[in-house]
Write a protein of this length. Structure first.
Length: 261
């Protein structure tokens, strides 16, 4: 599932390409949405909240989308070949000289702009929010610390605690905190956990590739994520791999048994 920084960058690129322009073509290929609902409108802007994208149109209408596991928005020039098959297309938003194609967008909703909170109001503070403040930090810490016995990994992934952390950052934050994903929340400093999560997301918000080590070279970007069976970069012990969580919350965790207690 895409991380919050991936969605943040996609939203900003969509905003730069579409904002302030009249629609030349707008198709919604989703069974719950009327295809021509956006006809005759203009794009006012594109806003992101955690892993959610809100495309706002004239007439106080918003299109909400979420990538889930395989969704994406691509930007093309007129006549440019699409990089994914046509049967995956769920939305076509065309303005002068640019076309935004939404592929495999399982979650799409049309709603009045004033009612956006009905879809994103449950989220914790957005770690990449442009107006992030001390109040957001304190609220995220409060939510993170609400259940001291909760396992660290699921707590970091919970978008109701703070919005934006996915499995990559969950894994890397646990390593950098020196705690197992199965350790209780009480085992780490909550303020440090929130600040570190935001720091890593910010470091990659404008980059096409994600690095938590500070290195961009292929194979060197991460401490433990997707490095199962390889030596730990710090101690040399073998990185372990195990599924954590049940049902739809199940995620693969990577950790070093020596560096993370």
């Amino acid at each position: 599932m895409p991380e919050g920084d991936t969605v943040f960058l996609a939203g900003h690129r969509l905003n730069e390409a579409l904002a302030g322009k009249a629609l030349l073509r707008a198709e919604l290929r989703h069974p719950r949405l009327p295809s021509g609902a956006l006809s005759g409108r203009s794009v006012l802007g594109v806003h992101t909240v955690g892993k959610h994208i809100l495309m706002r149109f004239s007439g106080e209408l918003s299109l909400h989308s979420h990538f889930r596991m395989d969704g994406a928005w691509h930007l093309y020039r007129p006549g440019q070949k699409w990089q994914r098959p046509a049967h995956q297309v769920r939305a076509i938003i065309e303005v002068e000289n640019r076309i935004a194609i939404g592929f495999a967008l399982h979650d799409m909703e049309l709603l009045p702009t004033a009612e956006e909170k009905s879809l994103v109001g449950h989220l914790g503070p957005d770690l990449l929010g442009e107006d992030w403040s001390d109040a957001d930090l304190h609220e995220a810490v409060r939510r993170f610390s609400a259940d001291p016995t909760r396992q660290l990994g699921p707590a970091l992934l919970d978008q109701r605690v703070m919005a934006g952390v996915g499995n990559l950052y969950k894994t890397e934050v646990c390593f950098l905190l020196g705690a197992s994903p199965w350790a209780p929340v009480s085992a780490v400093n909550a303020v440090e956990a929130v600040k570190l999560s935001r720091k890593l997301l910010l470091a990659n918000a404008w980059a096409p590739e994600q690095s938590t080590t500070g290195q961009r070279g292929r194979g060197n970007q991460h401490w433990v994520f997707e490095r199962g069976g390889k030596p730990c970069r710090r101690c040399g012990d073998r990185i372990r791999v195990q599924t954590q969580g049940d049902d739809y919350m199940a995620r693969i965790s990577y950790w070093c048994p020596t560096c993370q207690q």
